[in-house]
Design a protein around this ligand. Structure first.
Ligand SMILES: [Zn+2]
Ligand SMILES: [Zn+2]
Length: 375
């Protein structure tokens, strides 16, 4: 079938994207859903910083690629051997498929699924399929989702069935921002009620972490960024204190806001000074979690004596160390109960045609979550 899709033909574009227009909307051919695959009519898709990282070259991926890795929709057609999903189901995409068979999936650490990661790196669906073509040329899939399109073919191992009462725009952002941000707090950092938390880097994921820390009973939440607009937004999300991490005395301020530093620091900025700040601000015995995706050539310099003498932990976090099929419905229950007001994340609702404007707004730091709404 034919579908409209947002295509990136080369990585490493200059701004402003409103002029350079790195993304084109094209009519492409979408293959039939095969073994354990379904056709999804996309209803909403969020623009995430990791999409921007592919456009600006920080996160190299094979091209041409249909972008978008945070989406929701309705199943329109099922391929062979599809169990647990049927036509009409509402679904959210998880940006890492879980094969269910590898040692990580078997032990519940689906965020580390090896075949899933290999397929994402190769730009294919979980089983190696590529379903998008144009004039005989094959296009790559973005993290098994390629959600900036009217339709997508996906592996059922990339999908989570959801409650039909959840609006699609809200549902979409559970697939990346909320899963990663809330998961970083409750799974990776294993926060206990009463602990103090600092969040560094206040995009959609960072602000989701603030909501997660609040829901999980943090005693104090500090928000840090270099963008004053983001600091204002963070107050509205429930941050008790904010600090501009580019200020000379930022470290001293954070130490004074807490009992000599937060028990947990979470870093989502993807810049080495931000991770350095998060690690050094963390109190003795504390945990520093990073879920950002810096450029592959980035290197971190840290004092190992601090790690030892102060028993600090530095932990990486992918997909919020979550199991999407368990955590997305659980986090959605929290949303429905009013304990995770994720609607605050959505600053813009837009049309697919305005995709380059959306990327420019994100790059300029003028938006939190922008969600593309499909008819
Ligand atoms: Zn994302
Ligand atoms: Zn696996």
């Amino acid at each position: 079938m034919k579908t409209r899709a947002v295509v990136l033909h080369k990585i490493g574009h200059e701004r402003p994207y409103t002029e350079t227009k790195p993304l084109t909307i094209e009519e492409v051919e979408l293959g039939e859903p095969g073994y354990e695959e379904v056709l999804v009519k996309i209803k909403a898709a969020g623009i995430c910083h990791s999409d921007l990282s592919v456009v600006d070259g920080n996160r190299p991926r094979p091209v041409p690629m249909v972008l978008g890795h945070e989406a929701s929709g309705i199943i329109e057609k099922v391929g062979e051997h599809v169990k647990g999903f049927e036509v009409g189901d509402h679904v959210v995409f998880a940006f890492l498929p879980s094969c269910g068979q590898c040692k990580y999936c078997q032990s519940g650490r689906t965020a580390l699924c090896e075949p899933g990661a290999a397929a994402n790196t190769a730009g294919t669906l979980l089983n190696g399929d590529k379903k998008i073509t144009k004039n005989g040329e094959t296009y790559y899939h973005h993290l098994g989702v390629s959600g900036f399109a009217d339709y997508s073919v996906a592996s059922i191992h990339s999908l989570v069935k959801i409650d039909k009462n959840i609006p699609f725009d809200i549902a979409a952002i559970f697939g990346c921002a909320i899963l990663t941000g809330v998961g970083a707090v409750v799974h990776t950092a294993e926060m206990h009620a009463g602990e103090s938390v600092m969040v560094v880097g206040l995009g959609g994921v960072g602000l989701s972490a603030i909501l997660g820390a609040q829901a999980a009973g943090a005693s104090k939440i500090i928000a840090a960024d270099i963008n004053p607009y983001k600091l204002d937004v963070a107050k509205d999300f429930g941050a008790d204190d904010v600090v501009n991490s580019s200020d000379k005395d930022a470290m001293e301020k954070v130490k004074n806001m807490t009992d000599k530093g937060p028990d947990i620091s979470l870093e989502f900025a993807g810049a080495m000074p931000a991770l350095d700040f998060a690690f050094n601000a963390t109190n003795r015995g504390g945990r520093t979690v990073t879920a950002a995706l810096p450029h592959p050539d980035s290197r971190l310099s840290l004092n190992p004596l601090t790690l030892v003498g102060q028993e600090k932990t530095l932990k990486g976090c992918y997909l919020g160390s979550s199991s999407p099929k368990v955590d997305i419905p659980n986090f959605m229950d929290m949303y429905q109960a009013g304990r995770l007001p994720v609607e605050k994340l959505i600053t813009h609702r837009m049309k697919l045609e305005d995709i380059n404007e959306g990327f420019e707004r994100l790059a300029a730091g003028e938006a939190i979550r922008q969600v593309i709404i499909f008819d």
